[in-house]
Ligand binder design. Sequence first.
Ligand SMILES: NC(=O)c1ccc[n+]([C@@H]2O[C@H](COP(=O)([O-])OP(=O)(O)OC[C@H]3O[C@@H](n4cnc5c(N)ncnc54)[C@H](O)[C@@H]3O)[C@@H](O)[C@H]2O)c1
Length: 250
Amino acid sequence: MKRFQEKNIVVTGAASGIGRSTALRLGEEGGKIWCVDINEAGARQTADEIRAFGSEAEASSFDVTDYNTCKLFIDSVIEKWDVLDVLCNIAGIGGMKRFEEETPERFQSMLAVNLHGPFNLCHVAIEHLLKRKGNIVNLASVAGVIGQAYTASYVASKHGLVGLTKSIAMEYGRQGLRANAVCPGAINTPLISNFDFPEGIDTSLVDRYNFLPWFAEPEEVAAMIAYVASDEAKYVNGSVMTIDGGITSG
Ligand SMILES: NC(=O)c1ccc[n+]([C@@H]2O[C@H](COP(=O)([O-])OP(=O)(O)OC[C@H]3O[C@@H](n4cnc5c(N)ncnc54)[C@H](O)[C@@H]3O)[C@@H](O)[C@H]2O)c1
């Protein structure tokens, strides 16, 4: 399938995990991919891999939490590419804490990366996406759909992201722009393997995070993102699409 030929696409979090798999998948399907990550070497490596199978790719390294940097970045994308068709906000951070051990600083940094980052890029890219009747895919989580013990900051950031996505979908849908949230459960990436369970927690509260006794691979999420970002999904707008092995079904 070559669903992204002549599509210009920005993917954040492209150095690792789901962002990397998504950048590769959309590039394999003919998309021109701009790989973004705070990890410069990782973003460059993903772009190199995309070029190796014959698609165009660029790489930039910056922190998505800084609005002005995001603005300058999108300006440079438009300067080079003229147009932007798809924005995939995938960069994110996570982690577990008992609520009483959360700090205001940790709460703020979770919101900064997982919510302000996507806000920043959506906000600076929207005029360009509107011109192309393009679309936005925001990588939320099951934590954007249900409450979870020991991850209050993460859950708050992802619920915020789901709300942001639905509101953009409502505001711009009639102008032909789509915005959707993809909500994975447990995916085999560095983010989840670095999760530290606080000591002495009630494990019955966290068992349900992983309903199936295995993790999915990031390529499986990339396949869902590729569908929702493609023209095949042109009636899919404001959707909150889970890929969670059933975690949120009961
Ligand atoms: N892995 C899972 O089980 C899972 C489940 C649900 C949702 N998610 C979400 O998927 C997304 C991708 O996570 P992943 O699992 O692939 O993790 P990952 O750690 O492999 O990838 C995250 C990437 O985001 C980048 N990043 C972090 N902060 C950044 C910043 N301020 N600016 C720019 N780049 C930054 C990192 O450098 C990294 O390359 C995240 O939004 C995460 O919340 C992951």
